[in-house]
Design a binder for this molecule. Structure first.
Ligand SMILES: [Zn+2]
Length: 91
């Protein structure tokens, strides 16, 4: 079973979360051409390695979290917290 640590709700069953993609990918600027967008949307690394991902706590607080997960073992080595653009409150 995959268990994820939500900074708001604590450790929860991974079934409560929806995978929302790889975090930290560069998106083309608003004027980027179609080839740049295609590469950004569909061509990601998929190796047996650590990846930084974004998950949505659908059955909990409804917030996004970022974490580092190994694609082969499903081991989670760090829960980073909400993505930078979604952080709220004083900094
Ligand atoms: Zn939560």
């Amino acid at each position: 079973m995959l268990a994820l640590d939500c900074p708001n709700c604590g450790r929860r069953n991974g079934l409560e979360f929806a995978y929302s993609g790889e975090a930290g990918l560069d998106e083309p600027s608003s004027g980027g051409d179609i080839a740049e967008w295609r590469r950004s949307l569909y061509f990601h690394r998929n190796g047996a390695e650590w990846t930084r991902e974004r998950w949505l706590h659908v059955a909990g607080c409804g917030r996004f979290i970022e974490l580092e997960r190994h694609r082969t073992t499903n081991e989670i080595r760090a829960t980073i917290g909400p993505p930078p653009e979604r952080r709220t409150g004083p900094t």
